[in-house]
Design a protein around this ligand. Structure first.
Ligand code: ADP
Ligand code: MG
Length: 316
């Protein structure tokens, strides 16, 4: 049974990279890391009922489980190359596995990522993907480089996935564009690569802008001030919710998978050009200040409350 499932995954995702010396089938994968490059590794788990609703399409889960990991690589300025998949399934459900592998392969092929191994076990539906990528020695972006006076930017638009989730939870119709942002996030890999030489710090927004930027501020030993009116909102989100709700989603909603980064003012023109070059909106949303934490200011300069600060698994 397990072998059949692994075969089904391998058949749909069959590695297409020459640097895969040994992929699925041996005890471990054997990969050629290019000379002069550093290996960048990350892993993320999706648990049914915690990270996704029961009944989510297997194709979407396959896509998203890889996408969230490629988003982490993007935030490091890494070029994705390989992935590993640990699947825990309640039962040997071939339809689920085929659908899952199809969605996973769709994104993997589009981003030239080879699935090179994994594990398949029985238990509550849980998906753990490990993604591996490369970056030239010393060129990785980290959370730690933000300096006082730098600008804060974010790619794309914020809050769309949170808007979709809200609509689903209240059993309302979910606008297709919002649903796509929740189910099929596009990792900002090309932006991450372009930002390598431009950004001072970078993080991907998965738990809400305020919380994630807060992590970068902590790592950098600085604070940040955001302009409420500058938060980039999609027309689809604005059509579905009032402005205050939209801004709440943008600040504290999860699952955006945009890049939030800082940069010296001297890089601003190059950043706009680099993002235009990869067809991605980018918005300056604030600045790095002395101190700690993220403050959000309205048009009059008053501090606004952030709805709630990020998702915490072990919150009391
Ligand atoms: P072992 O018992 O030696 O760990 P497994 O039977 O778990 O071997 O796995 C056999 C091969 O199939 C290995 O190469 C492993 O990486 C791969 N594999 C197992 N499960 C998956 C999966 N869900 N996705 C991709 N590859 C997998
Ligand atoms: Mg194993």
């Amino acid at each position: 049974m397990e072998f059949g499932l692994i075969e089904a995954i391998r058949a749909r995702t069959g590695a297409g990279r020459r640097d895969v010396v040994l992929g699925i089938g041996d005890d471990a994968a054997l990969l050629d890391v290019p000379a002069g490059q550093q290996l960048v590794a990350c892993t993320d788990t999706l648990v049914e009922g915690v990270h996704f609703l029961r009944g989510t399409a297997p194709e979407d889960l396959g896509w998203k489980s890889l996408a969230v990991n490629l988003s982490d690589l993007a935030a490091m300025g890494a070029q994705p190359a390989w992935a590993m998949l640990a699947l825990t399934l309640p039962a040997a459900d071939a339809d689920f596995v085929e659908g899952f592998a199809t969605g996973f392969a769709e994104l993997a092929r589009a981003r030239d990522v080879a699935l090179v191994g994994g594990d398949t076990t029985q238990g509550p539906l849980t998906i753990t993907v490990t993604a591996l990528g490369c970056v030239p020695h010393g060129a990785a972006l980290t959370r730690a480089g933000a300096r006082i006076g730098h600008d804060v930017f974010v790619t794309g638009t914020l809050g769309d996935a949170a808007g979709a989730l809200r609509k689903m939870l209240v059993r309302d119709d979910v606008p297709a564009a919002l649903r796509a942002r929740l189910d099929r996030p596009e990792p900002r890999v090309r932006a991450g690569l372009a930002l390598r030489s431009l950004a001072s710090a970078c993080i991907d927004v998965s738990d809400g802008l305020a919380a994630d930027l807060g992590h970068a501020c902590t790592a950098s030993g600085v604070g940040a001030e955001l302009e409420l009116g500058a938060l980039p909102l999609s027309a689809d989100l604005c059509a579905a919710f009032d402005g205050e709700t939209c801004r709440g989603f943008a600040l504290a909603g999860g699952d955006d998978y945009e890049l939030c980064f800082t940069a010296p003012e001297s890089s601003a023109d190059a950043i706009l050009a680099a993002c235009a070059n990869v067809n991605l909106r980018v918005t300056r949303i604030g600045r790095v200040v002395a101190g700690s934490g993220v403050r959000v200011l309205d048009a009059a300069g008053r501090v606004v409350d952030v709805p709630h600060a990020g998702w915490e698994h072990f919150a009391p």
